[in-house]
Ligand binder design. Structure first.
Ligand code: GLN
Length: 174
């Protein structure tokens, strides 16, 4: 998705690779595993420093969990990088079988609704004063947030053809 938009996208697995980037996408997957591996490989601490220093970071699903200052229904010992002044709940919709798709109205991204795919997704249960909600479900639950250079979505824009979230994020890289 990022390459299709003209970005020079590359994987980041080691601390030194963090120094070569202007922004980072923390993808979906399993937040407990990303947490453990990022600590084991020495990425977690430099990444926290980079986030505090203003590195633009976009977290989707598990990535949103890792950007949240507070995580509910985490496993024992689970940590997040933090940065986003939000409380998220993991697996808030239930199991993999409760995954679903829906359309969201997100005025910042234009008049057309965004088709959002939720895969064992988290929900944003509280939005602190530093963050702002970008998208809500019809029942008002928050599923996308922004705070300065940080962006987080409960859902996976990369599995649809809609590039607007990634374009929105790339604009933060200047
Ligand atoms: N449930 C996963 C977690 O807790 C996130 C799922 C996803 O990224 N699609 O990390």
């Amino acid at each position: 998705m990022l390459r299709a938009l003209g970005a020079d996208a590359r994987p980041v697995r080691r601390p030194e690779e963090l120094t070569e980037i202007d922004g980072l996408v923390i993808p979906g997957g399993e937040s407990t595993v990303i947490d453990k591996l990022s600590r084991a490989f020495g990425v977690a601490e430099p990444l926290k420093a980079a986030i505090a220093g203003g590195l633009p970071v976009y977290g989707t699903c598990a990535g949103l969990i890792l950007l949240a200052d507070t995580v509910r229904d985490s496993i024992q010992g689970q940590q997040s990088f933090g940065g986003l002044d939000v409380v998220v709940r993991r697996n808030a919709f239930g199991t993999q079988l409760d995954s679903f798709e829906t359309d969201l109205d997100i005025p910042e991204l234009g008049a057309d609704p965004v088709h959002a795919v939720f895969i064992r997704a988290p929900i944003v249960e509280e939005v602190g004063p530093a963050a702002r909600p970008l998208a809500e479900l019809e029942d008002g639950r928050v599923v996308a947030v922004e705070q300065g250079n940080l962006l987080g979505t409960s859902f996976h824009p990369e599995v649809t053809g809609d590039t607007r979230f990634h374009e929105y994020f790339l604009r933060k890289l200047g």
